[in-house]
Write a protein that binds this ligand. Structure first.
Ligand code: SF4
Length: 302
């Protein structure tokens, strides 16, 4: 069995959100750990337990964007999307991002550092909102911060803490193959969304340049393997970029991979920003592409 790292009580008390209940109990004893978990997860957040603070909240009718300041004066964003009863939170896992998707502002300035498990967990705690769904899809590529992400998920699921249902947790990833293999072997039946965005290697290299080290077929194969092992429907996100990934041959390739599999394709609309280098599709182009996929026998949403 894997040995727990050695911690001191001071480490636990300085950054308690970074500890699983089991780790905490090993260091400060079960009764103390239960009391501290109660304070951390069932009461209003206390300043002495936090290592980050809410710097700004930008509210609209259906979303709230939280800007958090970390201890080293770096900033991250967390988005809360309101639903009828509670909401979905989009959680960041890194400061910056090393992936460099051509459509993304977060990755434009490159990678700065991984978030700690504690910083991942605190993004949810500090919202002070009823959260029904947690999606790891904010700033950063979650699977490039694998250990801290998995530990944060264990902390969030702990029955002495938030007791968050595994079913309500989604990892949205560009699909680094080695990490997908590792995730397949975890005893965690979480939902998986793969940002595929292409049906050929050359289109994917253009859209997600830093993922060119992985063959697109391997990403697909590994994601389908996760689906089979955990009996989960996988969502493949597909940002439609006219002239890049919307040819009839792309539809045929997607059908070849996914027809008859537990897969849903989520066709996404690109929303250009002021710095955009690519053209946004017209609504009718998205509808037509969705229709072609459906005609090819695939389950599609948009
Ligand atoms: S992986 Fe996510 S955060 Fe990183 S560049 Fe791509 S879209 Fe942006």
């Amino acid at each position: 069995m894997k040995r727990l790292p050695k911690y001191t009580p001071a480490e636990v008390r300085n950054d308690p959100y970074g500890f699983t209940y089991k780790e905490m109990s090993e260091v400060i004893g079960e009764n103390e750990a239960k009391a501290l978990y109660e304070e951390l997860y069932k009461q209003l957040p206390r300043k002495k337990n936090l290592s980050m603070l809410v710097k700004n909240i930008c509210k609209s009718s259906d979303t709230e964007k939280y800007v958090y300041e970390l201890k080293d004066n770096k900033y991250i964003e967390t988005v809360f999307i309101k639903r009828r009863d509670g909401g979905t939170v989009c959680v960041s896992t890194q400061v910056g991002c090393p992936v460099g998707c051509i459509f993304c502002e977060s990755g434009r300035n490159g990678f700065v550092r991984n978030l700690t498990s504690s910083e991942i967990v605190q993004q949810i705690i500090l919202l002070r909102r009823k959260v029904n769904r947690i999606v790891f899809m904010g700033m950063g590529e979650p699977l490039f911060n694998y250990d801290n992400l998995i530990k944060a998920i264990h902390i969030l699921r702990d029955r002495y803490g938030l007791n968050f249902p595994t079913d309500g947790i989604t990892i949205s990833t560009v699909g680094p193959v080695d990490q997908l293999k590792k995730l397949r072997e975890e005893h965690l039946k979480i939902q998986l969304t793969i940002s595929l965005h292409a049906a050929t290697q050359s289109a994917r290299n253009r859209i997600i340049p830093h993922m060119r080290i992985y063959a697109i077929e391997d990403v697909v194969k590994q994601a389908l393997s996760y689906s089979e092992r955990h009996n989960r429907k996988i969502v493949f996100a597909y940002l439609l970029l006219p002239g890049i990934n919307d040819r009839p041959s792309d539809v045929r390739q997607l059908a070849k991979w996914f027809r008859g599999k537990k897969v849903m394709i989520n066709v996404l609309q690109y929303n250009p920003t002021s710095n955009s280098r690519i053209k946004a599709p017209q609504k009718r182009e998205i509808v037509a592409f969705k229709h072609q996929l459906e005609q090819a026998g695939l389950e599609v949403t948009m």
